[in-house]
Write a protein that binds this ligand. Sequence first.
Ligand code: ADP
Ligand code: MG
Length: 400
Amino acid sequence: MQSQQTVGGADGPVGADAATPAVPATATQPTAGPAEAAIRLVAVTKAFPQATSPAVDRLSLEVGRGELTALVGPSGCGKSTTLKMINRLIEPTSGTIEVGGVEVRDQPRHELRRQIGYVIQQIGLFPHRTVADNIATVPRLLGWRKATIRARTAELAGQVGLDRDLLDRYPSALSGGQQQRVGVARALAADPPVLLMDEPYSAVDPIVRAHLQDDLARLQQELHKTIVLVTHDVDEAIKLGDRIALLNVGGHLEQFGTPAEVLRAPANEFVERFLGRERGLKRMALITVAEVPLGGGPMVQADAAPAEAEAAMAAEGVDWVGVLAGDELLGWADGADLAGAARVGDAPRTPFRAFVRPGTTIREALDNIVNSRTRVAVVLDDDDRYLGMLTVDHLAEALE
Ligand SMILES: Nc1ncnc2c1ncn2[C@@H]1O[C@H](COP(=O)(O)OP(=O)(O)O)[C@@H](O)[C@H]1O
Ligand SMILES: [Mg+2]
């Protein structure tokens, strides 16, 4: 699809870095391709001249292929410096960085950056080029044919959720959120296996940010890029990260794990403080109903005798009974109303107003529980068949 023509790195979307001296390329031919695109940092240090202490001090980290790894930490802890060392906008003082199994200092910058898309908060679109031309920056540098570029641009617009009508506009005519989408489309244009994102959403308002985050999650399910996302927002890291790396000042790695692991067992007080309030609720947002053993509940068939309902209520310690017709849940009846009924189905019944599905988070299930008269969340499958129910106790057990 793309020519092998050599391109100048300085004109690429990653911006100019003419100040850094060229590093001689070795004989190693980088074989770029998604199969090799993982990132490994070993004891990476960056000490800026004149600085009293290193911005990043002996950081070791492995970024899984096809995963989104979030680097999260307070301002000034070395997140951006780390990211820029991966695509050689900044050269490390010591240590090694591999991308796709090859040390980055052994790769010419333009070769390296062909494998790495880069998205920044300031977006940095070229103001005098149309949106389409901005997106096509790298394909044009690579000498793609015009028709190929046009088709690719249209495809990318669709993938990032950008209305095709916007392609002929100039960036200034776009909202912040739309500009950010253009930035992502541009970074993805030549289909690099790696995407580096530095606080991409911190300049947009919370509602737009949430949309952009959802779009990225959806896009990632489709594309499976190796993504390193820098953010100071721990909730963004938890929402988007397959793994999160919590960094402290000096690029000190305090903890590295999946969001669920980190939330369940913060390594230390720094991590605990950084995760913030409502750690339990944040964990619950990562667990689905399908992962929790359900209770059967005080359920009886509509044609059962009231005595059976009494037994079910006694067993569960409640004063109501759920009424089923096969696996269809008809509603619930108050224990007090069963007395005169020949069958449970004859007693007055109240329908359950809210349900959860196996894919619902247990955080939402908790909301259901506290809002329901019966203090349970009723679980139905996608065909509305009764699967079971959850109480606060079930949720608490799931969190242990
Ligand atoms: N070009 C530079 N020259 C000197 N110091 C720098 C430079 N870039 C960053 N720093 C310093 O390195 C530290 C880490 O910065 P940075 O990586 O930008 O942090 P973060 O992205 O986590 O906010 C900070 O103390 C910052 O002031
Ligand atoms: Mg930064």
